[in-house]
Design a protein around this ligand. Structure first.
Ligand code: NAP
Length: 293
């Protein structure tokens, strides 16, 4: 069994990005600038935003965080989005999800200028992704594609089962895996909470991509011998064995499933770091497009 090491793989991508950023700086071109809007004080969202900020700094990019109170109205948030859309010093920005319940996420996503939408969530980028056109690919699905590429996982003609149909992971990765290119050309089945005979379907997967948001949901009986298993889930589970008071688990029971899988991503250190590297890659791309490099 081979552990698909997202930490190592993302480091390779980051090194390539850092090289391009250094070249921009050498040529007296302002480095790419990523902004994150963080609304409220959700602990997990703060952790993700901090990680993105640190990642930017590690490759020489500029990063800023707009921290807004949980009481921020939708109108105020839309005004902040407008401001960043029009700020020539900002190449790309993200609005960290989830947003407080009183704000309509879709309204906010649709307000972002598609040219600065480095999360790839705007309908223009989603539509282009679905058509296989050049665009900002959503960071997590693109991170999965990059790790499959890095480990040269065969995908053509394989049965790829995607568990979960969210707009940010399940749905886009199911489209990307079915497209006529590598990694892709797979026969894809998309499963969700209304799927019947779920274990039977997942156990027929050559490649199983899991993004359902339920800790250690996938057990060994749901996995075929020799399958490639990609675990997108991240859960903080209370623990007395760590200093932080929690441990991270995925949607897959790693200990049990790794006895059957041929390849598997760990949590942490699998899809998470790949997602951040993809975000950096999109930010670099936005900066290059806006400055015609
Ligand atoms: P989500 O919006 O929470 O949606 C979950 C999906 O799973 C839905 O499509 C739901 O079906 C399906 N589902 C839930 N329970 C199910 C069950 N018992 N059987 C079959 N299907 C079930 O998903 P998400 O935003 O993609 O997040 C999934 C996980 O990935 C979370 O743990 C999240 O924290 C993590 N995540 C990690 C990264 C990363 O960078 N590593 C990035 C994004 C998300 P219905 O559509 O029918 O409700």
């Amino acid at each position: 069994m081979i552990v698909l090491d997202g930490k190592k793989t993302s480091q390779k991508l980051r090194t390539e990005i850092a090289k391009e950023v250094a070249e921009m700086i050498d040529n007296e071109i302002r480095p790419p600038h990523l902004v994150a809007i963080l609304v409220g004080d959700d602990g997990a969202s703060q952790t993700y935003v901090n990680a993105k900020e640190k990642a930017c700094q590690s490759v020489g990019m500029t990063s800023s965080v707009y921290r807004l109170s949980s009481k921020t109205s939708e109108k105020e948030l839309l005004a902040a989005v407008d401001f960043l859309n029009n700020d020539p010093d900002v190449d790309g920005f993200i609005v960290q999800l989830p947003l407080p319940k009183h704000i309509n996420e879709q309204n906010v996503i649709e307000r972002i200028d598609p040219a600065k939408d480095v999360d790839g969530f705007h309908p223009v980028n989603v539509g282009k992704m679905a058509l296989g056109l050049d665009c900002f690919l959503p960071a997590t699905p693109n991170g999965i594609i990059e790790i499959l590429k890095h480990y040269q996982i065969e995908t053509e003609g394989k049965h790829c089962v995607v568990l979960g149909r969210s707009n940010i992971v399940g749905s886009p990765i199911s489209i990307m895996m079915s497209q006529k290119k590598y990694p892709g050309n797979a026969t894809v089945t998309l499963c969700h909470s209304k799927t019947q005979n779920l274990a039977e379907i997942t156990a027929s997967a050559d490649i199983l991509i899991v993004a359902i948001g339920s800790p250690e949901f996938v057990k060994e009986n749901m996995v075929k011998e020799g399958a490639v298993v990609i675990d997108v889930g991240i859960h903080r589970i209370a623990s007395t064995t760590t200093e932080s008071g929690f441990i991270l688990k995925g949607d897959v029971d790693f200990a049990a499933v790794s006895t059957k899988a041929s390849h598997i991503t760990p949590v942490p250190g699998g899809v998470g770091p790949m997602t951040i590297a993809s975000l950096l890659s999109n930010t670099l791309k936005a900066a290059k497009i806006s400055r015609s490099i």
